[in-house]
Design a protein around this ligand. Structure first.
Ligand SMILES: Nc1ncnc2c1ncn2[C@@H]1O[C@H](COP(=O)(O)OP(=O)(O)OP(=O)(O)O)[C@@H](O)[C@H]1O
Ligand SMILES: [Mg+2]
Length: 249
């Protein structure tokens, strides 16, 4: 069993918000760091599995597994990955029904949750409901885990973005990165790649800073879990980081 495997759940109830795009790009980013990564396809649409069929044999390996058949199968698969010392498990899941056994198993076996969100008014309403469902879910209450929102197809000037930021501030959920609306994401998906592998594309290269933010957030959050809690010095103001650490530890 590996105690150091990172287990990342990418989920939202809203269709088309970028779950598969983010899960596949994340898996590719890790694979290109030379670590052993598995992408568990927990959505019956099987988009990750279709993506993997297009992935070239020469590309850094992303072990993609159809894990959407049942909760038991998903749990068994995760156990197998841990036994095989997989470094990173990325799960692509739909959160349209948070009361299903499959959703529960994915949540239970993850250590942090990434929520892609678009900033249309319908996406914001659905996202608010989803985050509330997630935060009050019995698995989350029993084993709290960090949640980070990835603002996808960002339009920095839109009024909706301001609404989204206000909402997330109220819920105390951070936006960890903003991804631009770029056709290179669709191009990468068509060939079973991630934008990290399209270095010749200027738009893709300009997006790498956002992906570094995502990787850094994941590293910090998974490292926190393994660190002993640090005592807070008397008189020092409790920072947001300290608060978040104590919440997830
Ligand atoms: N940042 C982006 N820029 C441009 N296109 C994007 C971006 N993110 C996602 N897309 C495109 O939006 C569409 C939906 O994305 P994706 O399939 O990742 O969403 P999803 O949440 O997995 O959807 P579903 O609910 O159907 O599983 C795809 O065509 C994808 O290429
Ligand atoms: Mg999908």
């Amino acid at each position: 069993m590996s105690a150091t495997t990172k287990k990342i759940l990418v989920v939202n109830s809203k269709g088309g918000c970028g779950k598969t795009t983010i899960a596949t790009n994340l898996a590719v980013a890790f694979a290109n760091q030379g670590v052993k990564v598995s992408l568990l396809d927990c959505d019956k649409q099987a988009s990750c599995s279709h993506w993997a069929e297009e992935r070239g044999a020469q590309a850094p390996k992303v072990n993609t597994v159809a894990s959407y058949h049942s909760a038991d199968k998903l749990t068994a698969q995760i156990e197998q990955e841990l036994n095989q010392h997989t470094d990173v498990i990325v799960m692509d899941a739909t959160g349209s029904h948070t009361d299903t056994a499959l959703f529960e198993a994915a949540l239970k076996d993850s250590e942090l949750v990434l929520i892609p969100m678009l900033a249309s008014s319908l996406d914001i309403k659905a996202g608010e409901r989803f985050i509330a469902d997630l935060m009050t879910h019995r698995v989350m209450r029993a084993t709290p885990k960090p949640i980070g929102v990835i603002y996808n197809r960002a339009q920095s000037t839109s009024a909706n973005q301001q609404r989204l930021e206000d909402l997330l501030r109220c819920l105390d959920v951070p936006v960890i990165a903003e991804l631009r609306d770029l056709s290179v994401y669709a191009k990468a998906a068509e060939i079973g790649a991630g934008i990290m592998e399209m270095r010749e594309n200027a738009a893709a290269s300009n997006e790498y800073a956002a992906w570094r933010d995502i990787m850094l957030w994941i590293d910090r959050r998974t490292a926190n879990r393994r660190e002993l809690p640090r005592p807070i010095q008397a008189g020092r103001k409790v920072s947001r980081t300290d608060q978040n650490q104590s919440r997830v530890s």
